[in-house]
Ligand binder design. Structure first.
Ligand SMILES: [Zn+2]
Length: 231
């Protein structure tokens, strides 16, 4: 049974990495397209609230704007999917090969494709520039007073603009040496996450899920090999 977007575990450590993980990654699934948890604009609205990029009130505003203008809704979802794939390419290219030897393994694209990543950065910059052009500077007269840059002033573009802001934040402020990919060659799911463990040794997106199912699979394989080797 497939999870609804509301039940999707958030393992990325940053909304931008969680965005990458809204699409099934990893091994090809017998020619079937990977499942997209952002299946429609309603799923996207719920996900964006869930990760805290917009409030409930903002979701109502964006949702109403999308109801009034279905073409804008379609464009908004397409923009988010575009940002998602750009982020995936750039983050894969930022991952350092584990033990210096995994690069080149088709199941483990550590090191990514630098040319594709460069092109993706151009696309991400365009998305972010559009978002920045729609952003406003607001004086917050609190103590101390602050001028804040607020993204998402145009309701129909609120969600893609907040997501573009989050993407840029991840790329510019996250520690990219901590980006990991749940290891597909060992049975992991290919999701990305920021390893925030003290010694940087986290391997699985979710130990309770990918880590333990990979362990179970290894055990089965060992037993099978032992049986095959028995006289
Ligand atoms: Zn995983």
């Amino acid at each position: 049974m497939r999870l609804d977007v509301g039940q999707l575990p958030l393992v990325g450590g940053h909304p931008a990495l969680d965005l990458v993980n809204t699409l099934e990654r990893g091994a090809a699934l017998d020619g079937k397209p990977p499942h997209d948890f952002l299946s429609d604009t309603s799923a996207l609205l719920r996900w964006t609230v869930k990760v805290g990029l917009i409030s409930d009130a903002e979701a109502n505003r964006a949702g109403q704007a999308w109801l009034d203008d279905p073409a804008a809704a379609h464009a908004g979802l397409a923009a988010v999917r575009d940002i998602r794939e750009g982020l995936h390419l750039v983050l894969l290219a930022a991952i350092q090969p584990a033990d210096g030897g995994a690069a080149g393994d088709p199941g483990d694209p550590a090191g990514g494709d630098p040319i594709a990543a460069g092109a993706a950065l151009v696309g991400l910059h365009e998305r972010w520039s559009g978002a920045a052009a729609r952003a406003t500077l607001v004086l917050d007269r609190g103590d101390p007073p602050q001028v804040r840059l607020t993204y998402g002033t145009v309701a129909a573009m609120l969600i893609p603009d907040r997501i573009a802001e989050a993407a840029l934040d991840a790329l510019r402020t996250a520690d990219l040496t901590r980006v990991r990919r749940c290891p597909v060659p060992e049975g992991g799911c290919g999701w990305l996450f920021l390893d925030q463990s003290r010694n940087g040794s986290r391997r699985w997106c979710r130990m309770a899920d990918c880590g333990s199912s990979a362990k179970a699979r290894r055990l089965t394989e060992r037993r099978r090999a032992a049986r095959a080797g028995a006289p």
